[in-house]
Design a protein around this ligand. Structure first.
Ligand code: ATR
Length: 271
């Protein structure tokens, strides 16, 4: 029988993870099945236990359960502890082991797929919620010249920056305080796009060869990328690459085999 994996979310019907892991399995010859499972908002832990009882070997976790998954784990990787959230669960011997592959997926997409080194560059991270938090450790590991976290609620950005102060040159602020600064990479980790909004950014933020990156993705430009395109930002990328890379990293955690992401990303972009 194939080893069972799934992604828990609510909603989860739109998830591309089953398609991505099916492609990884075919490519690597790993005998797994992977499905999307809708967990009730107040029933995440029960859903996980039922999946384990039914022989589940591992699971991904998406919105809104990543913090709850963190609490549910009996073991946590260093990067999960740093992120305070878990997107990858492994079940063995009665233990629930938690990992977080989101930040690693983002950095892999930036550095390898988009050929955008972070070392010595000025990076701006917009947002201070769960999506932003997972990115700080892996970005700082790449030794940027500066990482600025800017958020609508400045306090949250300042707190987050303080939490990571030991890992590199990071500072938190509100959007208005960015006036007069320029950045090589600007990453949108806010959920503003969901409301069709763009964070109120001062002019002149993007360096001449900047990359604008949105963790969200959709058909065509996200509102953030459309805004950047209008400003003449030369390089734009959405979060589909990050999605595929975090999945590949989870696949590696479970199976010890690293899939080749390029053909999978090509296939998703073509679909
Ligand atoms: P997630 O886990 O997706 O990051 P979250 O923890 O709710 O979700 O965080 C959402 C982030 O998007 C926050 O940084 C939020 O800013 P606040 O901390 O000020 O709430 C940001 N955000 C949401 N809507 C926004 C908007 N319309 N403009 C700017 N920032 C927005």
């Amino acid at each position: 029988m194939s080893d069972r994996y799934c992604v828990f979310g609510n909603p989860v019907g739109h998830s591309k993870s089953p398609a991505i892991h099916a492609l990884f399995a075919r490519q690597t010859g790993e005998d797994i099945v992977y499905e999307a499972l809708l967990a009730p908002r107040d029933g995440f832990a029960d859903s996980v236990r039922a999946f384990v009882a039914a022989g589940g070997r591992g699971a991904n976790v998406t919105v809104p359960f990543k913090e709850e998954a963190f609490r549910l784990c009996t073991q946590r990787s260093a990067r999960a502890q740093l992120a305070g959230a878990v997107n990858t669960l492994s079940f063995a011997g009665g233990e629930i082991a938690g990992d977080n592959t989101d930040g690693a997926g983002l950095v892999r997409d930036l550095v390898f797929n988009l050929k955008t080194p972070l070392a010595g560059r000025r990076i701006l991270l917009l947002g201070a919620g769960g999506a932003a938090r997972g990115a700080l450790g892996p970005i700082l590991e790449r030794e940027p010249e500066a990482l600025v976290v800017a958020n609508r609620t400045a306090d949250r950005a300042e707190d987050l920056a303080l939490h990571f102060a030991g890992f590199g040159p990071v500072r938190g602020c509100g959007f208005a305080e960015l006036t007069g600064e320029t950045f090589d990479v600007v990453i949108n980790a806010t959920s503003a796009s969901l409301a069709g909004e763009v964070p109120p950014l001062p002019e002149g933020l993007f360096s001449p060869d900047a990359l604008a990156y949105d963790m969200m993705y959709g058909r065509g430009d996200t509102v953030f990328l459309a805004h950047a395109r209008q400003l003449g930002v030369p390089r734009l990328a959405d979060g589909l690459g990050m999605l595929v890379e975090q999945a590949a990293e989870a696949f590696f955690v479970w199976r010890g085999v690293r899939p080749d992401t390029a053909p999978v990303l090509d296939q998703l972009r073509g679909a």
